[in-house]
Write a protein that binds this ligand. Structure first.
Ligand SMILES: Cc1cc2nc3c(=O)[nH]c(=O)nc-3n(C[C@H](O)[C@H](O)[C@H](O)COP(=O)(O)OP(=O)(O)OC[C@H]3O[C@@H](n4cnc5c(N)ncnc54)[C@H](O)[C@@H]3O)c2cc1C
Length: 479
């Protein structure tokens, strides 16, 4: 339900539709590739008020609100921002989202809230993502934000994984008075927000302040604790936790097992490359502390958002020629257009219908080239995407000193193997009810990428929040 007062809805929609649109300001490409700072120039108060006043306040439920996975009351936030009531607008986002300052920055708005804005029919949508960022940042800077705590229940819940799913679950449970401990295999919290998404998309200070809110709310954090190896889910119950949420993501890089040469020096997996390229030294896992050896010519293999992030990170690390090799055409690329546009502006090149078949070493034993084969599009596969088919005898070489494999991710099957009666499927994805997050094991709930496979920050966060509601109902039912 939108909270916009009815008298406001007497606005002149036609007049609003024709208000001028000013696109987001981005730092020039040649400037932004010199650092890892934010690419977007944030709104100031006046710019935010003007942009929010373009909202025509569609009848309830507004399409933007329906398309937003947590169903943020975007029209009401637009109405408050338009009037300069930024704190109140921020509160609207905090009601339904645990990570609004992050979702405002990294959500693919063009396919969610902004993509469904009715103004698209006439010209440009309201920049709802940037307005969310503005309102929540404003509140953080000016009045500060504190997670409201519930009356203590005296009950302890364990959360495995400090990514968006775990944090969404933690925030809702804190509001309900539970004592939360987050167990995390890495040295720091954040999941892919820290150990994946590059700083130029999500500045680390935004994350640091978010985590401080959790710490002030009393969350206990157990870093470097790999559940399934260092202790099991059964151990957590034995320690007195009354429910467990699994939010361990899907973070094992897909391999090119049949392609010779992937073990050559100079060939990196995307996760290793992005972590070592973006994360500060103290937060690096022990096995990733060796500095990256980046060559002058870099190829990135893959077509998703991770590939765009690798291309853009390589350019910022000083590579001179950065090329994406993708086996289908641009039309089939799974990654967002916005990131690809920015990668191109920053100097990345793309070679489509190109499949690497061999990584070739030079005289020094390090990577010197990738042998590729040209592809053509064949019949559609089960998902309707046309299958790439090799063109016989079309092999050619691409000279390079560094190759980054950005081919997708699989879940780690360890929790399925070490937790009695926890059902898993397809290489270790956890079987959980989509609405409640309940797994086959009583008291164990799950959500995020470890249930769906690689998806989005916002969908993982929503899954964590839904599971928190179920955990609360489950623990109350036990009383
Ligand atoms: C490079 C990259 C860029 C991306 N960019 C975007 C973007 O711009 N926008 C967007 O919406 N989405 C993006 N995504 C996707 C998004 O980051 C994920 O969908 C989201 O982080 C999933 O959240 P999660 O909590 O399920 O898992 P994760 O974020 O993966 O967090 C899981 C956490 O669990 C920990 N863990 C794993 N196993 C264990 C264990 N056994 N014991 C203890 N801890 C464990 C991990 O270390 C990790 O910290 C990107 C993904 C990648 C890889």
């Amino acid at each position: 339900m939108q909270a916009v007062p009815s008298e406001f809805l007497a606005i002149d929609r036609k007049e609003r539709v024709n208000r001028p649109f000013f696109d987001l300001d981005l730092r020039p490409a040649e400037e932004r590739t010199c650092d890892f700072d934010d690419v977007v120039i944030s709104f100031d108060a006046e710019r935010a008020m003007v942009e929010a006043a373009r909202c025509i306040h569609c009848p309830d439920p507004a399409p933007c609100m329906v398309a937003c996975p947590p169903h943020n009351d975007i029209p009401s936030a637009m109405w408050l921002i338009e009037q300069g009531r930024f704190d109140e607008a921020a509160e609207i986002y905090h009601k339904t989202s645990s990570l609004p300052e992050i979702c405002g920055r990294v959500c693919p708005h063009e396919v969610l809230c902004q993509g469904s804005c009715v103004l698209n029919k006439h010209h440009a949508p309201v920049l709802t993502g940037e307005l969310e960022t503005f309102a929540v940042d404003y509140q953080r800077r000016v009045s500060g934000y504190v997670i409201p705590l519930g009356i203590p229940t005296g009950k302890k819940v364990a959360i495995i994984g400090a990514g968006p799913a775990g944090l969404g679950c933690a925030e809702v449970l804190l509001r309900k008075g539970y004592e939360i401990t987050v167990f995390e295999s890495k040295p720091g919290p954040g999941g892919l927000l820290v150990y994946g998404i590059p700083n130029f998309k999500l500045p680390k200070d935004v994350w640091t302040e978010k985590w401080e809110q959790f710490e002030r709310a009393g969350v206990k954090f157990a870093p470097n604790t790999y559940i399934g190896k260092d202790k099991t889910i059964d151990d957590l119950f034995a320690e007195g936790f009354e429910a467990v949420f699994i939010g361990v993501g899907s973070e094992i890089d897909a391999k090119m097992e049949d392609t010779p040469g992937t073990d050559l020096p100079g060939v990196y997996e995307a996760t290793d490359f992005l972590i070592r390229g973006n994360v500060e030294h103290d937060l690096l896992p022990e096995n990733m502390r060796k500095p990256l050896e980046l060559g002058r010519r870099v190829v990135v293999i893959g077509g998703g958002d991770t590939a765009s992030d690798c291309l853009r990170t390589a350019l910022r690390l000083g590579a001179e020629e950065v090329t994406c090799l993708y086996r289908r055409t641009e039309k089939e690329m799974p990654g967002g257009k916005k990131d690809r546009k920015m990668a191109r502006e920053e100097g990345a090149k793309y070679r489509f219908l190109t499949q690497p078949v061999k990584f070739i070493a030079g005289a020094d034993g390090k990577l010197a080239a990738v042998e590729c084969i040209e592809m053509r599009l064949g019949e559609p596969d089960a998902k309707g995407r046309r299958k790439p088919v090799p063109v016989e005898g079309s092999n050619f070489s691409v000279a390079c000193d560094t190759a980054i494999l950005a081919l997708g991710y699989w879940p780690d099957p360890i929790l399925g193997k070490t937790t009695p009666s926890l059902d898993v499927h397809d290489w270790g994805l956890i079987s959980a009810d989509k609405k409640t997050g309940a797994t086959s094991r009583p008291g164990v709930f799950s959500g995020g990428d470890c249930v769906t496979g690689p998806d989005l920050v916002v969908t993982a966060m929503v899954a964590g929040r839904k599971a928190a509601e179920s955990i609360d109902a489950y623990l109350k039912s036990k009383e």
